[in-house]
Design a protein around this ligand. Structure first.
Ligand SMILES: [Zn+2]
Length: 262
């Protein structure tokens, strides 16, 4: 099996989290001192996936998996969520810029972005790329056609190498479009899962073809969108606009329907 990060053939790969384990540890699954379970996970259309853990496909060797945790994920939790996650009022103290006019299936829906310094922006971008990059590889391994074809294409090879160098070798994100982290707040999340004690988890190929392709990931109170297109910055913003529209107006509602039937 080949590690998606170092490219080396290994006898065994680690089970890699696509959504970092700190999300599960901080937000979900553990019983409190009264024996009540906190949030659970729910995944539409995949009865095989565990409800008390996140999906862990074989993606990376143990060393790369550990490196990624140390290099990219260490400082993220304290930045994106409050210390006391059970104190709902503390979530409202995060510094968030709310996006106007986002609707999910016609109804107004809260989506925000973190207000942050350039350094923090770089940290969030690298983290978001690392999650979307793992989702891209997981979908290619699942034979999802757009992801597989993209990674085999000239552009895909370039983007993949640039993502690896950025994540693991701290190189600037050359040849990479930025990945954006959106914050949904805990309170509207039950609208997606139909349950007050469940968080949604899913990833998807957005855009209908190679030139419009982007990766979308929803995990807990967050969404990541990573456009993979091939063009300058003006195209990037148009591309991101289209992917945002598809993600919030159509895909989240699809996740909601799948979860309602799960
Ligand atoms: Zn490796």
């Amino acid at each position: 099996m080949i590690c998606i990060a170092c490219g080396e053939e290994k006898e065994k790969l680690a089970k890699s989290h696509i959504v970092p384990n700190f999300v599960r540890k901080r937000l979900t699954g553990e019983p409190d001192n009264k024996g009540n379970k906190k949030f659970k996970f729910k995944w539409g259309g995949r009865e095989d996936l565990p409800k008390q853990d996140l999906p862990k496909p074989y993606l990376m060797c143990k060393k790369c998996d550990n490196d990624l945790g140390a290099k990219v994920e260490r400082d993220i939790a304290p930045f994106i969520m409050p210390d006391k996650v059970d104190d709902m009022a503390s979530w409202d103290k995060l510094d968030i810029d709310t996006l106007d006019n986002v609707r999910v299936s016609g109804a107004p829906f809260h989506v925000g972005k973190y207000v942050c310094s350039n350094n923090e922006k770089s940290m969030l971008n690298k983290f978001s790329i690392s999650v979307a990059w793992r989702a891209l590889h997981a979908m290619a391994k699942d034979e999802r056609p757009l992801s597989k074809k993209f990674l085999d294409s000239e552009r895909g090879v370039k983007v993949n190498n640039a993502a690896i160098n950025h994540i693991f070798n701290d190189e600037p994100p050359y040849d990479l479009y930025g990945a954006t982290l959106y914050y949904l707040r805990p309170s509207p999340v039950p609208f997606i899962t139909n349950q007050i004690d469940e968080y949604p988890f899913a990833w998807v190929e957005l855009g209908g073809n190679q030139s419009d392709l982007g990766i979308g990931v929803i995990f807990g109170c967050w969404v990541i969108i990573w456009p993979l297109g091939n063009g300058g910055m003006s195209e990037y913003f148009d591309h991101l606009d289209r992917l945002e529209k598809e993600c919030f107006e159509s895909w989240l509602f699809q996740v909601r329907s799948e979860l309602a039937n799960a």
